[in-house]
Design a protein around this ligand. Structure first.
Ligand SMILES: NC(=O)C1=CN([C@@H]2O[C@H](COP(=O)(O)OP(=O)(O)OC[C@H]3O[C@@H](n4cnc5c(N)ncnc54)[C@H](O)[C@@H]3O)[C@@H](O)[C@H]2O)C=CC1
Ligand SMILES: CC(=O)C(=O)O
Ligand SMILES: [Mg+2]
Length: 553
């Protein structure tokens, strides 16, 4: 039965208010259907969503719902997290980016282009809720997931991450600001596409970008004094460069370097304990091989050093537990000139010849863990998985590249070729599978578990900067957040349906860490006991659910 809904707020009255009117009310002059029940309308929205046949149609439907009826969108998102995240986030958001200039309906964030240089603050002031902005996700579209330089088509990434801030951490929708910078694109296909929404020019020079970024950051701080800036999906060199350039001046974080580092440290910590229980190997003896040495690979490697230093190893000993592989093979000192970000982990104990075959590298390194952040789909072939399984009773294999079609292997392949022994987490979701009569679940090692809670902790502590200790605290908060039932099921990450309580736990540890580091600007939180602080964090979360269902979160 087709039902026509008044989808646009009427006379400035939000749709939710209209819908809560009694059927008999004629206050809105017949613009509300006679029978408008909130619960049934939620079912109706789900019905509409589920009747779309392709993921991109579902994405478009949910984008419209988010725009037209945010409270309903977030209510449904929170109560159907497992169904919604693959649509509003990876993998479907990757397709939405690829097709953004074709499917574009309405602006959902700010586009700031190189042509705005000299007037960036003027553009920022046009944002609808200038007083409120607390968190902004900023991309320049130069490395969207593993899909390359998509220019302004990267906007759905900023919008999608912020939707998870709202759903997962209860940041108020009006406090979020998605931004896509247009500094050109080097992808010719877009420059030739009449629908492409960005400037028709190649990316600007490094020096021009630096001047632009300096003005942009100063304008953000002046316009939104309370805002935290999350850099997202910048190409490798710029990701490292701009994090370093601003992290001591402004409260900024880079999600791909720090958020990914934290989420993998957490899942790896849980996996290493299970792996060591099976092998008898000391935790400090794990050996980690990274396939992919870009912003995410090296960001994770830097964060995983703390796994070993927590076990009592020195920084140098921790570094020795890590090997990198890039597109040229094993990274070692005498191979030739290396970019700065790879130098720290370049091996000094290997002098050649070049080693490029992954099975050869595994047989040489004998890793206990293999982590993929390479964007190379199926790089973890059956032979690679078997080599890992031959050396380890419970091999740790994390194919972390996004979206799902770029994953280094599927869950099914990892389970089959390790005879069900694998400890697995992937960047994008995989369905659970049956093996030997047992249901096995894939962990999702994605920074979506970290950034909502980390960002919330930063907002509530009013931090001056985001320190390494705060990122590490977020990671340990996540590792500690598994329930006994989740541990019994062998999960490496908690169930995503519990994202709000996970975010409370992470935000609380992040606030405490900010206080220890002396970067907090909310002194009134210092005297609170931990339980009181957690309750206070929870009370600050925006909640779209009717009060009777809130306790289920
Ligand atoms: N699971 C998660 O939460 C996250 C996943 N990622 C994913 O990680 C992937 C990489 O991201 P970035 O590090 O930022 O990209 P990047 O472009 O900076 O790095 C890619 C790395 O892979 C290496 N590589 C490329 N081809 C290779 C080959 N044939 N063999 C071996 N290595 C090869 C490159 O040399 C480079 O070191 C992307 O797919 C991204 O979506 C990124 C951030 C978070
Ligand atoms: C998850 C994420 O941030 C990425 O793939 O870039
Ligand atoms: Mg990213």
């Amino acid at each position: 039965m087709a039902i026509t809904l008044p989808l646009i707020p009427l006379n400035g009255v939000p749709l939710r208010k209209l819908q809560s009117q009694e059927p008999s009310s004629n206050k809105f002059n017949g613009m509300v259907p006679p029978i408008m029940n909130d619960k049934i309308h939620a079912e109706r929205c789900l019905f509409q969503l589920r009747s779309k046949t392709t993921p991109i149609e579902k994405y478009i439907y949910l984008s419209m719902l988010k725009e037209q009826d945010p409270a309903m969108f977030y209510r449904l998102c929170l109560t159907n997290m497992g169904e919604f995240t693959p649509i509003i986030y990876t993998p479907t958001v990757g397709d939405a980016c690829l097709q953004y200039s074709n499917i574009y309906r309405r602006p959902e964030g700010l586009f700031i282009s190189i042509k705005d240089k000299g007037n960036i603050q003027g553009v920022l002031k046009s944002w609808k809720s200038v007083d409120d902005a607390r968190i902004s996700v900023v991309t320049d579209g130069s490395r969207i997931l593993g899909l390359g330089d998509l220019g302004v088509n990267g906007m759905p990434i900023s919008a999608g991450k912020l939707a998870l801030y709202i759903a997962g951490a209860g940041v108020r929708p009006n406090s979020t600001l998605p931004i896509c910078l247009d500094l050109g694109t080097n992808t010719q296909k877009y420059l030739d596409d009449p629908f492409y929404l960005g400037l028709r020019q190649k990316r600007v020079s490094d020096s021009e970008m630096k001047e632009f970024m300096d003005e942009f950051m100063a304008a953000m701080a002046a316009t939104f004094p309370k805002v935290i800036v999350q850099f997202e999906d910048f190409s490798t060199d710029n990701a490292f460069q701009y994090l370093e350039r601003y992290r001591h001046r402004y409260p900024v974080l880079n999600d791909d370097i720090q958020g990914t580092g934290a989420v993998v440290l957490s899942g790896f910590t849980n996996a290493a304990k299970l792996s060591s229980a099976a092998s008898g190997r000391a935790l400090s003896d794990h050996r980690i091989l990274f396939f992919g040495a870009g912003s995410a690979g090296v960001g994770v490697a830097m964060q995983l050093m703390s796994f070993f230093t927590i076990q009592g190893l020195s920084t140098e000993e921790a570094r020795e537990r890590i090997w990198l592989v890039d597109s040229q093979g094993l990274v070692f000192n005498t191979r030739g000139k290396l970019p700065n970000h790879k130098q720290c982990f370049s091996r000094r104990d290997y002098e050649g010849p070049r080693m490029t075959d992954l099975v050869d590298i595994i047989n040489y390194v004998k890793p206990t863990a293999l982590l993929g952040l390479s964007t190379i789909s199926d790089a973890f072939s059956p032979g690679v998985i078997q080599a890992m399984a031959a050396n380890n009773p419970r091999p740790i294999i994390f194919p972390l590249s996004n979206p799902v079609r770029l994953s280094e292997c599927t869950f099914k392949s990892a389970v089959e070729h390790s005879n069900g022994r694998v400890l697995f987490a992937s960047g994008s979701p995989f369905d659970a599978i049956q093996h030997d009569g047992k249901m096995l679940h894939a962990g999702q090692g994605n920074n979506m578990y970290i950034f909502p809670g980390l960002g919330l902790g930063c907002i509530l502590s009013r931090t001056r900067s985001v320190t390494d200790s705060m990122v590490e605290a977020a990671s340990l908060g996540l590792a500690d957040s598994l329930t006994p039932e989740e541990r019994d099921c062998g999960l490496l990450y908690p169930r995503i349906e519990r994202i709000r309580s996970i975010s409370v736990q992470i935000a609380t540890t992040v606030i405490r860490s900010a206080q220890k580091e002396g970067v907090d600007r909310s002194p009134e939180l210092r005297s609170m006991k931990d339980a009181e602080l957690s309750e206070w964090v929870k009370s600050k979360m925006w909640n779209p659910l009717p009060s009777e269902t809130r306790s289920s979160l």
